[in-house]
Design a protein around this ligand. Sequence first.
Ligand SMILES: CC(=O)CC(=O)SCCNC(=O)CCNC(=O)[C@H](O)C(C)(C)COP(=O)(O)OP(=O)(O)OC[C@H]1O[C@@H](n2cnc3c(N)ncnc32)[C@H](O)[C@@H]1OP(=O)(O)O
Ligand SMILES: NC(=O)C1=CN([C@@H]2O[C@H](COP(=O)(O)OP(=O)(O)OC[C@H]3O[C@@H](n4cnc5c(N)ncnc54)[C@H](OP(=O)(O)O)[C@@H]3O)[C@@H](O)[C@H]2O)C=CC1
Length: 284
Amino acid sequence: MHINKIMVIGAGQMGSGIAQVAAQAGLEVVLNDIKDEFVRRGLNTITKNLSRDVEKGRKTEEEKRAILARIQPSTDLADAKDVQLVIEAAVENMEIKCDIFRKLDSIAPAGAILATNTSSLPITEIAAVTKRPELVIGMHFMNPVPVMKLVEVIRGLATSNETYQTIEELSKKMGKVPVEVNDFPGFVSNRILLPMINEAIYCVYEGVATPEAIDEVMKLGMNHPMGPLTLADFIGLDTCLAIMEVLHEGLGDSKYRPCPLLRKYVKAGWLGKKSGRGFYVYEG
Ligand SMILES: CC(=O)CC(=O)SCCNC(=O)CCNC(=O)[C@H](O)C(C)(C)COP(=O)(O)OP(=O)(O)OC[C@H]1O[C@@H](n2cnc3c(N)ncnc32)[C@H](O)[C@@H]1OP(=O)(O)O
Ligand SMILES: NC(=O)C1=CN([C@@H]2O[C@H](COP(=O)(O)OP(=O)(O)OC[C@H]3O[C@@H](n4cnc5c(N)ncnc54)[C@H](OP(=O)(O)O)[C@@H]3O)[C@@H](O)[C@H]2O)C=CC1
């Protein structure tokens, strides 16, 4: 299927990044969130990223303007009425995602693909709330989207080969490398990454070392670009907790139990970089 117009739902750190790379690839993008101020915040992030590209000589001012002109703000899901693809990147919450997919199923044209950027939630279950499960798929980008090469493409039980191929091609068009995985809790990326992050949080909880020391060990000792606690703050501690809950419940093994300190931080509203405080404090 040829795709030239898409909707991205959720203008947070992931949604804004996805909208940016899609517009850079020449697609018309409707960027949707529940409040206008969230859409504006997303557009500001995109503008900042593009301005940095212009400063570094990677894009011209004209290219920047053309990319921004392809992104249309929206706070109404009904704007999905003429798109060929929706990529949902709202919060990691099954009820919210199912609600969005139910509504989209009645709004988006027949034949439109409904993709989710979920980090861990079951694609098959999200697909089951629609009457088009063959057109539902996981399209899991990595943070920060403009920089990271991977898109994990997750087939639900009913996802058709045609849907898979369309998303595979589109990921390449967006400058990404698609990797096919099946629908299991946390897929591959977060099945492996999040237990490491959770274990790092246990190290803080049990007083094994300070957050700074733990991050130094993993950066200098394992050559990770960011230590696991910096990365947790970067992902968002609410998202990290949601993923651990999915692994714990979905795989039924106590080795995936979320660290109580992670729960406590999320309850306190310490969500990491996006809220100004997590394992570290962030200015501005
Ligand atoms: C939770 C999930 O479901 C899945 C996930 O996404 S898990 C998270 C996966 N992501 C990671 O693991 C990221 C790990 N961290 C890194 O790779 C690096 O620290 C990083 C790429 C984020 C930053 O790299 P760095 O070398 O430390 O910093 P910096 O020099 O500032 O940035 C490198 C480049 O990335 C760009 N960049 C950094 N952050 C960016 C952002 N948020 N948006 C856009 N571009 C960004 C910079 O402009 C810079 O570009 P140039 O070199 O071309 O000028
Ligand atoms: N953070 C990461 O590293 C990664 C996250 N993901 C996944 O991407 C998704 C988004 O994560 P992320 O961008 O980090 O989260 P953010 O909290 O940055 O952004 C989520 C955005 O969605 C909005 N939102 C909430 N409910 C709705 C709704 N019903 N309709 C439209 N928008 C809504 C939020 O508004 P409000 O602020 O009001 O809640 C917010 O603006 C999650 O599923 C997450 O698991 C995938 C890969 C990496």
